[in-house]
Structure formats: C-alpha cells, structure tokens
Design a protein around this ligand. Structure first.
Ligand SMILES: [Zn+2]
Length: 378
C-alpha cells in the first residue's frame, strides 16, 4: 500500500534543547533527518506534509505519570533539584538535568501525541516523530535517557478513543515502560524485539514476561542474542510478528524505531543493517492500518539518521523498491555523502557468527510461540 497521507512532525523549536555534550543521546538526529528529507523533497507532495508539535498537556501526561513526578521534573528543570527527584531517576548520569529539560520533554511527547491525533482525525495514515520513542520512562521514574513516555501515552490516547492498539518496538533495548504500562490489558498489545536482557539495559524483557490477567499473552518479548544479523532478525520477526498481528487485528500501529540495533552502535551489540527496518515497515504496511512511528535510541548519529530517512521514505511510499539496493539514488549534503543511496551495504556473516546466533534465535522463537501463540488461537 502506498500511504496516502503522511505527516512528519517537527519544528525548529526542538533544536533549542540538548542533552549535555558528553551524553550519548543526541537530539540533533531529528534535525538532520528533517534537513535531509526536506532537501530530497520528501516532506511535501503526494499527500506528505510537515506538522509542528505542541507541548503535551499536563492532563494528558497524568494518564501515565504521577503528579509528584511531573512536579519534580519541572522543578529540577527550573534548577530546584533534590533527593526525592534523584530517587525518581532525575539528575542521574543516564537522565541528567539540562537547560529546558521539561519544555523539551513536553514538546517531544507532544509531537507523538499530535501524530496520534492526526490519525484519530483521519488526517494521516502515517505519522513520524523522530523526536519520540522514550519507551523506558515509568510513571514515577526517569530511566534510560527517557523522562516522559510519549509512546505509552500515545497508546493510551488511542486506546481511550476505542482503538485496538498494536505497539511494536524494534529498539535494541526492551521497551519496558510501555510493556509494563499495559501489562494487564488486552486493548494494547506490545511486542518488543531486543537484545537479550542478560546482556543489556534494562535487564528485562524475557520471553516469559507475557502479561497478566486480561493482558496475559498480550505482552510479547523477543530477546535475541549478541551478534544478531539481518537474516536472523528477520527470521524471528517473520515467525512472530505477522501471525500475532493478523490474529490480534489492531486498528492502529504504534511503531518505536530506535536505530540502536544497527551494526556499529556504541551502546549495543547487534549487527543489523537498515534494510531490516525497511523490511519491517513493509510488513507493517501490509496490514493496511494507520502507523504512528517514532524515533528512539540510536547512538551512531550518521547511521541513525540514514535509517530514519530510509524509514520515512518507505513509510510514506516514496521508496517502492521491494528489496534491491536503492531507488532514491545518491544523497550528498554537506559532509554527508551517501553515494550508494539510503540503504546500508549487506554485511558479511561469518560461520562462527551464524553458528552462535541462529540456535539462540531459534530458541527464542520457540519460547515465544510456546508462551503466547495459544492465547491467540495460533
Ligand atoms: Zn535503545
């Protein structure tokens, strides 16, 4: 399906805010993604448009975050930081206090919520907020570079509007904040593909974490081994996601596209190329439902930006290539020289890598199927 109406959610207002320079999370990724898409002419025409975010309203934030936490976050951002805030994760090395933190968190979250609104109003079939995907934040906890959980809030807003929501997360880290927000609910199914929690933050997301009560079987965790490469990843994805999505029949898909599973990411240990993201998006598009896509992790800035540019081009139907190397041609911008196009070259997989990765991937597929497929009549 070529998407008819696609909204890229961005404003230069977001460029005012930066994590401290030594912090791995770089807000410039969204700015660069926007700049390149704009120069390629991919933000207008053919049903595409740019939409500016508005800050998330407090009444919406309180659907997930406690008043106490929001108060502490705002106070810290204004320079009044105390022990209580610290125990909520605010002001730690992972979640530092920086200038304009509260305003940034609200605007970045508001951008995802604008995407949800456009979808609910029928004004977009696809929306992308590259400044979103803060999937680790808890109701009363800043965690893993995340302060306000925009994706959990978007799922809540969509569910409150009566939609059956599928949340799918391909960030290399477990989407814990979202998974636990809906752990006992069946109106939001969460599926997270991530690096084995025994080897990576946040240390959760085992295959046997499947939800509870009415939500049993609606929380799906697919832990994959260090060294996971494209073919191995797609084997897991194709075995698990399409059958579950077909059985669940969502009305809308929220897709967290952290790009830290790419080879060369400094914080994680997968070896994917961005071709995986293009394939995943093609699968999601095949369900012909609105898709709200966000950014997330991704600590190699250049690779992350290229992945998001490619993802948007696939999402909005500008890249109709089903699997060959490219259709969009070379991209040359300032210091960025992507002469081979948007897609990464294939990476060589050694026998050793194959022999260590595949058995663990197959074991993960088997474990997930055994835990949740029966719930959905599969
Ligand atoms: Zn991540």
């Amino acid at each position: 399906m070529a998407t008819k109406k696609a909204a890229f959610i961005y404003s230069s207002e977001l460029e005012k805010y930066h994590y401290p320079p030594e912090h791995p999370f770089n807000t410039i990724r969204a700015q660069k993604t926007r700049q390149i898409l704009n120069s390629m002419g991919l933000l207008s025409g053919d049903g595409r448009k740019e939409v500016a975010p508005v800050p998330a309203e407090r009444v919406v934030l309180k659907k997930f975050h406690s008043a106490r936490y929001l108060h502490a976050l705002k106070n810290a951002s204004e320079g009044h930081w105390d022990n209580e805030a610290f125990y909520m994760g605010i002001g730690t090395s992972d979640c530092p206090v920086f200038e304009g933190l509260y305003e940034y968190a609200l605007l970045a979250c508001g951008a995802t919520l604008v995407g949800a609104k456009l979808i609910l109003a029928g004004e977009a079939d696809a929306a992308f907020n590259p400044s979103g995907g803060y999937h680790h934040a808890g109701p009363e906890k800043a965690s893993g570079f995340c302060y306000i959980n925009d994706v959990a809030l978007a799922c809540m807003v969509l569910a409150e509007a009566g939609k059956k929501v599928l949340y799918i997360d391909v960030d290399v880290h477990h989407g814990d904040g979202v998974a636990y927000a809906f752990y006992d609910r069946c109106d939001v199914m969460t599926i997270s593909f991530h690096q084995d929690p025994r080897t990576l933050f946040p240390g959760t997301g085992f295959a046997d974490e499947i939800g509870t009560g009415a939500g049993k079987g609606y929380c799906v965790n697919v832990p994959l081994p260090i060294g996971t490469y494209d073919r191995a990843y797609m084997e897991a994805f194709e075995a698990i996601a399409p059958p579950l999505i077909s059985a669940y029949k969502p009305d809308v898909i929220v897709f967290e596209l952290g790009a830290d599973a790419l080879a060369g990411d400094p914080l994680a240990h997968f070896r994917l190329t961005n071709n995986v993201y293009a394939e995943v998006i093609r699968h999601l598009l095949s369900f012909d439902k609105p898709i709200l896509m966000t950014g997330g992790g991704g600590y190699n800035v250049e690779n992350t930006v290229r992945a998001w540019v490619l993802a948007w081009s696939v999402l909005c139907g500008a890249d109709s290539n089903a699997g060959k190397n490219r259709t969009l041609g070379g991209v040359m911008l300032g210091s960025t020289d992507w002469r081979r196009g948007l897609r990464d070259s294939a990476l060589v997989v050694s026998n050793h890598q194959h022999n260590t990765v595949m058995p663990a991937v197959e074991a993960a597929i088997k474990a997930v199927k055994a835990k949740v497929f029966a719930v959905h009549g599969l």
